[in-house]
Design a protein around this ligand. Structure first.
Ligand SMILES: *Cc1c(COP(=O)(O)O)cnc(C)c1O
Length: 493
């Protein structure tokens, strides 16, 4: 049976999965959501024995039901191959009774690779299925990790162009180097004078600008998005929660049906939403614990039912979570509003106008699956140090935020087994990580990287070695209100 997608802001929208992937955002500015979340149609007993690729197929086929078996398997094969430095793709590491699901073994050593290594293939298949002849222009705003992962995924993929915007002073040195050295004739990257929310709002405005879209069409271009609002990003992220649970069963770490809490370092709310979808599909997940850094707009939301982005924006050592508008939350709002598109639209209108909305008591009740916590800078660094001293394991700053929140959650709830989504390699945030370990005096990035290698005993990933000698290929910068002009200049229209 075909699963269709509708919009969080209008029940009139009804499209196939491939159409939703192509469009990125619904025509009314809402997000695409499946008409229903399918239940797993295969037992965890059987999933236990499956590879990552086979798990990906059985999970994704339920959401992307207009893809043929051959098309989907082909996308999966191209995505989850030797670009990953672990055959397991997403290996689990156990420290005490906490499991770290390492989602950083792909090309850019952060969890965005899990979805962005497959999205370009899903997108080109979708274009073919829908007879799209225009060149697809991917516009992406990034807080650091998405940009590089998207560029790596799309580089030289035929029929596509990609333009990435990042906040000039809001990403780590390694992140910036990764982006400005990216090769590929169809790749552009622009540093904007503003923060991530400025970049994201600018991209959203261009998607919604009918005049601009018309100009593009007449030049043979069509926008699409690689941001985590695309269901082609969300669906592949469900896979690793199903896979991880099945592997815990296989290794005898949990018993059949036993619930495990999942803690996710959260920014745009995509990763944790995928865990929620996995739970809805039937994976025995306990609480979904949303971990924030000092930009704790989500923590406050779960505590009070009020989403309020009117606050100081703080640059932290976990920059991929420095976000005040968590776009994917709209999908959860839609569900807790009883799939009421009108209600969701109204709240999002309030968010746009005043930066704030409050959900109803009814809606709050439906958030019982979630818990939330946050870590400040000191707690994040403390968590890196404590875990290292106790176990020898070195984690990155984002994972450390989750680890701190996990400790608090366990203490408050007497909970035991938790799984933490470990979202980046410590090499990616080496300055902060080494600083937390009391070894960050040097400004010399290379020295820090080799220092980390000897401390952690984990060899430097190839992705890091590559950028150390790479040439800077991109130097474009622009003001936050000049993004449209910049796109036109790049596309020569
Ligand atoms: C993107 C990112 C996050 C946040 O994930 P969301 O899906 O945006 O909530 C956390 N950690 C790292 C390292 C990331 O790159």
């Amino acid at each position: 049976m075909n699963l269709h997608y509708t919009s969080t802001r209008s029940s009139d929208v009804k499209v196939t999965a491939s159409q939703a992937i192509l469009a990125g955002l619904a025509p009314d500015g809402g997000l695409f959501v499946p008409e229903r979340i399918p239940s797993l149609d295969i037992s965890l007993e059987r999933l236990k024995e499956m590879s990552y690729q086979d798990t990906a197929y059985v999970v994704m086929r339920q959401f992307l039901s207009d893809f043929t078996e051959e098309e989907l398997k082909d996308c999966i094969e191209k995505a989850y191959d030797c670009k990953f430095d672990s055959e397991e793709i997403a290996p689990l590491v156990r420290l005490g009774d906490t499991y770290y699901l390492e989602l950083f073994h792909g090309a850019t050593i952060a969890f965005k690779d899990m979805a962005l290594s497959i999205l370009p293939h899903l997108l080109t298949v979708s274009a073919k299925k829908n007879h799209v002849e225009k060149e697809i222009v991917i516009l992406t705003a990034t807080s650091g990790d998405t940009g590089k992962a998207a560029m790596a995924g799309f580089a030289d993929v035929k029929g596509t162009r990609i333009i990435v915007f990042y906040p000039k002073n809001g990403v780590s040195k390694v992140q910036e180097l990764q982006m400005v050295t990216q090769k590929g004739s169809n790749v552009d990257v622009v540093a904007i004078h503003g923060n991530f929310d400025d970049a994201q709002s600018g991209v959203k405005a261009m998607f919604e600008d009918k005049k601009l879209n018309g100009e593009l069409a007449s030049e043979g271009y069509q926008f699409s998005s690689a941001n985590s609002i695309n269901i082609g990003r969300l669906v592949p992220q469900i896979v690793y929660y199903v896979y991880a649970y099945a592997k815990l069963l296989k290794y005898g770490e949990i018993e059949a049906g036993e619930k495990i809490h999942v803690v996710v370092p959260t920014g745009n709310f995509g990763n944790i939403l995928a865990a929620y979808y996995a739970k809805q599909m039937g994976v025995p997940i306990g609480k979904l614990v949303c971990a924030s850094n000092r930009n704790k707009v989500l923590y406050d939301f779960f505590e009070t039912g009020i989403y309020d982005k009117n606050r100081e924006f703080v640059l932290t050592s976990s920059p991929s979570m420095d976000i005040l508008i968590s776009s994917n939350l709209e999908r959860l709002i839609y569900i807790i509003a009883g799939e009421d598109a009108e209600k969701t639209k109204e709240l999002m209108k309030e968010l746009k106008a005043g930066g704030k909305y409050e959900i109803t008591p009814d809606m709050r009740e439906k958030l019982a699956d979630f818990a939330a916590g946050y870590a400040d800078e000191k707690q994040t660094a403390g968590s890196i140090r404590k875990n290292y001293e106790e176990t020898g394991y070195v984690m990155d700053t984002h994972t450390a935020v989750a680890s701190h929140v996990c400790d608090g959650f366990k203490e408050a709830n007497g909970a035991s087994k938790c799984m933490i989504a470990s979202t980046a390699s410590p090499y990616k945030f080496v300055q902060s990580v080494m600083g937390a370990l009391g070894k960050g005096e040097s400004d010399d990035e290379l020295k820090l990287l080799t220092g980390l290698e000897s401390i952690s005993g984990v060899p430097m990933p190839q992705a890091v070695k590559d950028i150390l000698n790479a040439k800077v290929l991109h130097r474009t910068e622009c003001d936050a209100d000049k993004m449209e002009e910049t796109v036109k200049a790049i596309l020569k229209i």
